[in-house]
Design a protein around this ligand. Sequence first.
Ligand SMILES: [Ca+2]
Length: 246
Amino acid sequence: MKKFVSYRWFLCALRCFVLTALFTWMQAFAQSPTNCLAYKDFTSTAGLALVGSCTNVAGALRVTPAAQDQLGNAWLVNKQFCAAGFDTSFQFQFTEVGSFSGVPPGADGFVFALQNLGTGTSDFLSTLSGATNFSGVFFNTFLNWPGCTDYSQCDVSANSVGVVTNGYYAAQTDLGPLGINLKDGTVHRARILFDGTAVTVWVDELAVLTNVIIFGSLPGVDESGQSWIGFSSHTGWAWENHDILN
Ligand SMILES: [Ca+2]
């Protein structure tokens, strides 16, 4: 009898141990990051689709070079699940700012975008575009247009950050009064956090847009909540190198 009780105790202890181990493993699995991608630089662009003028130069992703009328995009080839939220950071740098005579130097900036168009899309996914099926954060360096006060479509300055959906601003911030100059040639850092409802953007560790609700209809994601994500950039009569460093 004693032996039977011990055996049952042993089975109970074993079951308890297995369940505890399973629970611990499930907890660890639930807490482990998913969709976690990192490029420490762009010496290799494996996994990216480079469109138009986008190339890798000295370890950076040069979305457009400092030349007239360039258009470049870079997209992760594999769609990512974005609908429930994401948190991304990258460094960027604008150099060789220039323009034709009479045009303010430096343009047009770049967009971090979620899109449901494909990896070959060659639009500039910003307020300067007629494209649809995208949402993004636009790091803008050229004022379109002076005198315009419809800030759902026009830039607030030539040095601004805005949240854009299908060519319209949901919100934007003039960076000048915050002491940030996107075109000063230095390396800047961006962080974009989407919590499933609203987006917050930091530039150089400063929150410049907070809890902007943009993705109500999620135009940049498909029916399963996934998007192609990446960068879109453009130049015109003014230009600069648009480099993403990591
Ligand atoms: Ca602009």
